[in-house]
Design a protein around this ligand. Sequence first.
Ligand code: F3S
Length: 408
Amino acid sequence: MYLTDEEKSILNGEHGEGNMKAMELLVALGKAFDAEKLIPVSRAHVALSGQEGDTYWCELLVNGGATCKVPPTTNPSWDVENLTKLYEVTPEERELGERTIDVYRRIGAKLTFCCAPGLATNVPFMGEHIAFSESSATPYVNSVLGARSNRESSVSALAAAVIGKTPYYGFHLDENRAGEFIIDVDAQMNDPYDWGILGYSVGKLAGSRIPVLRFKNLERRPRPEDFLYFGAEAATSGAVAMYHFVGITPEAPTLEAAFKGKPVPASAEAFIDQKALNEQEAHISVGETGKINLVMLGCPHYTYEQLLSVEKLMNGRHVHSETAFWILSSIDAIELAERSGLRARLDSLGVQLVADTCIDEPCWKSFEGALGVTDSPKCAYYRERRGQPFVVRRLSKCIDAAVNGRVE
Ligand code: F3S
């Protein structure tokens, strides 16, 4: 792998221990994937999760004198100010949360604590080389915005942010962005939930391949939230980091363009219709119904428009007295909701907004032992892993469940 003299000097430790560790990681990654060289990145996003390994890595770099050349935005951590006053966390969990925030601040990250950076806080242009971790963010920036990122881990994204470079392989190269197989779709796609169920089905078919979707009878073009929920679920059931929608996403104006000069398959490998999506939906959710103690939305973080949809569907009704209704969102959307009066209106109905946090943070364990409801298969997947069964329903049904205190 070719390294410039400056890169060699970083690798030799002449720029400090922290930079050396970051460069060692990038070079090892580059060698593993046969990268010919490193290339500059103009943006980074780090999926800091508060998992001890990620925090340890950041401490290793910062204690070795490293800071970020390209300040990365960050994934949700936890909301120290609000949630931990309401819900209990252990002293060890609190200490790890505080350590994580402190060390990412010291390394020079932009503490946005949002898992949808491509929608607002860190929006790359077409063709920009970037290093994004967070499985729902990477498909969005690659496919919808045409930027170029590999499916980074929080460790490799942070190394790229420190050095300002990433190995030149994978989705940075034109030929690796070509579609690999076709899926035909003919189904009603009305909202982010429908797109999420489609994404879940596509992820299972694709694995880590690049699917090319052809739509019949699509009534409207997908909106940013639709793309976000599609990609989040395709990266949950599979490992999709890039996809093409023919005639919709920027690198697929035509079917031929989606395959970038490679042979176009004579026929689709799969066909997804409404019946297939209904079956997928039934399969995703735990079979239970009945009393619930939590409705949780915002995985990935809800936008302001999604918060408005919640208010519309609540239609003046109040959340059941024994049910908590939390929506996770970005600080930007919540501040806007506050300024516009939307937060107060939702609050008066019992709908609570929270910024900066993730459905996988330890404070939510207070709800374990009873049934939860969400509109996100990704949320259900993570919460069930933690020990709380979650029923997956479309937004209107989640809201009915919140009002009735039970799910049907
Ligand atoms: Fe965001 Fe956490 Fe879900 S990072 S996408 S809320 S698992």
